[in-house]
Design a protein. Sequence first.
Length: 274
Amino acid sequence: MIRAVIFDLDDVIVKTEHLKAISYARAISQLCPGKFDQKTVETAYDEFVGQTVSREDDQCSCMVSEPDVMETYREMVGRSRRDMATAMVNRFDLEPFLLSYTGQYGISEPWQALIKVRMPIYETILEDPELLRDSQWSHNVALLHVVKKNKLRAALATMSERRHVLKILAAIGLTDSFECIVTGEDVNQGKPDPEIYRLVSQQLKVPPSECLVIEDSPSGIRAGLSAGMRVIAVTTPFSRDKVHAADLLDNKWVVDEPSLLLDVFDTMIQEANI
């Protein structure tokens, strides 16, 4: 029996993974001036097009293109902020350059400098409620309304910061839609560790076996399965190839076509309630 449905936020309810990817791209362009064509940032995501701009006096040794940043981000979708920043630093060999910022920012690790630069950029993006409303995944929001209509319990489990989560939910009118909201600040281990989903189960007082997770990334899927929950994967252009390559779920529980989501959900409910 399914009694609770737990949604991820980033790229499940809202296309925030795209917005986050842009913020990382812009941050790297600031840290490595001249190595990055910022003009192509806004056209990222779907097209993954851009140019590499080089300059003889560049301080950073990496040749960073906007598609490279987006592809690295795509590979890491669903992981913690530290994991994401570390992946970017390693991919583009940023550590030697970022070391010069440790004293300026009062930090000890190079990846923290990338976060310091990136976070104000992301928060500026989140100040646009119209952009957030336009960035909703309508099929997943429709599923949330079906969950509520059927009197199932709804929860949110996201590695994002609570203040960002609440700002996003307020902008899209879903502040009161979740009985329980657990964020990255509430756990010690990020996805794919199951801690966040186990915590939701505890707070709802619903056994994991009676919870259904709606996720978009392999790390999120692994977290849900490891917590002992059922999972439906609703893929995006960011995560689709990785979800299929990971082969974590029976294909009938992987939704690539949004129009099929409600049918897949109904099938899951029927099978779980037998």
